[in-house]
Design a protein around this ligand. Structure first.
Ligand code: FEO
Length: 392
């Protein structure tokens, strides 16, 4: 259970902490659990901002009851079930309550949760709702990370409630974020959820930065009492600038590809290039995603299975392509037994990334001197490209 906590006068955090969840979307590892934050704002009328994942509805309901709150409005910033999944229970418990959301969200709430249209009030970008003593302003921030998303701004207290945007999967009893602790979970969350929409995340960051925000209260993870930290981080992550780093996700069946990766890592380090290396048999997908946020180059290490890439390498490339990192260069290294089509297959999978493919290095069997020389040449090529960007 999670008790209600006061943020400022007449504004409370009343959501739930999910300490034990270890997987989101049956895909994303949650090493630190997560939370489904919901907030209560009291003026003459009362608004609930977002709800919780359905199994945690009893927690939210108990918190509303503890505060003696009968909300007049429930603001649905985002239709996804971890925030709106308890809406059916909310509209059933409070027959007079109105759901407030964007027009696109109304359609999604009807589709996903069967919320009747007559229980919903849609709001346009910039529209306000006066609760009496408290005013909520609604700012559409599309594709953060669904098409319908919006942020709610509490004008009198200058608190922004952006739902997933600026969030982090982190179960903690701390109401407010410690920048030293939250940086990595927030970056990982950005990589997994927002990075595929980087240019829109950049625009949305600029949009909310123009508001006079004193505090950011997302719907996952702790609240930012000083929003400058997470705003600066988002400005950095969404920018076009890349780092002098190579991310190497790899898999090796009998050790030959691993020997190539070992050699190649040294070759890059000798040239002053940072390396983030991931053995795909044991990699935490979130760590790999986070590494992809700002590296200039990705080199996939893949052995060959039945002429194609090992499925773990194909899986990593599929995920990287879906996440659309801002890397500028890609290459492939790896060993094969007697024949291979891994370059054609993997290159064919990179459809959403705007990258230059640098000549791959493939070794037949155990790598020989000529293969190591080719790896040195690949490291030289990468150094040259990074110098061209002014980052090496
Ligand atoms: Fe936290 Fe997109 O839901």
């Amino acid at each position: 259970m999670t008790a209600p906590r006061k943020i400022v006068s007449d504004v409370f955090s009343i959501g739930a902490i999910d300490w034990d969840r270890r997987l989101f979307d049956e895909l994303i590892p949650l090493p630190d659990g997560t939370s489904y934050n919901a907030y209560l704002v009291r003026g003459d009328e009362t608004a609930l901002i977002d709800t919780v994942d359905p199994p945690f509805w009893p927690v939210l309901m108990r918190n509303l009851e503890r505060l003696g709150a009968i909300p007049d409005y429930v603001i649905a910033n985002h239709a996804e079930q971890d925030h709106s999944g308890s809406l059916p229970a909310v509209v059933e418990k409070y027959p007079e309550i109105k759901v407030v959301c964007t027009p696109r969200c109304q359609v999604l709430l009807e589709d996903h949760l069967h919320i009747p249209e007559d229980r919903v009030v849609t709001v346009e970008d910039g529209e306000a709702l006066n609760l009496g003593k408290k005013t909520l302003e609604f700012h559409h921030i599309p594709w953060a990370h669904w098409p319908e998303t919006m942020a709610t701004y509490l004008k009198e207290d200058r608190i922004l409630f952006p739902c997933d945007f600026f969030g982090s999967h982190m179960a903690t009893s701390d109401l407010f974020a410690d920048p030293k602790i939250i940086y990595e979970p927030a970056k990982r969350y950005y990589a997994e959820i927002m990075m595929p929409f980087r240019s829109l995340a950049k625009k949305n960051t600029e949009k909310v930065a123009a508001l006079d925000v004193n505090m950011i209260a997302p719907s996952h993870g702790p609240i930012y009492s000083d929003p400058s930290f997470i705003m600066a981080a988002y400005q950095d992550w969404t920018s076009d600038s890349v780092k002098n780093e190579v991310v190497i996700p790899y898999v090796s069946m009998h050790g030959s590809t691993r020997i190539m990766v070992d050699y190649f890592v040294d070759a890059l380090v000798e040239r002053g290039i940072g390396v983030r290396r991931f053995d795909l048999t044991m990699t935490d997908l979130g760590k790999l995603a986070e590494a992809l946020v700002d590296a200039a180059t990705i080199v996939v290490g893949a052995c060959t299975v039945l002429t194609g890439p090992h499925p773990k390498a194909a899986d990593a490339v599929f995920v990287a392509n879906a996440l659309r990192p801002k890397a500028r260069f890609v290459s492939i290294i790896g060993s094969y037994g007697w024949g291979t089509k891994i370059v054609e297959v993997l290159q064919g999978m990179i459809t959403r990334m705007d990258v230059e493919v640098i000549e791959p290095v493939l070794a037949k069997g155990l790598p020989r001197d000529g293969d190591f020389e080719a790896l040195d040449r690949l490291a030289d090529e990468i150094l040259e490209r990074h110098r061209g960007l002014g980052i090496a």
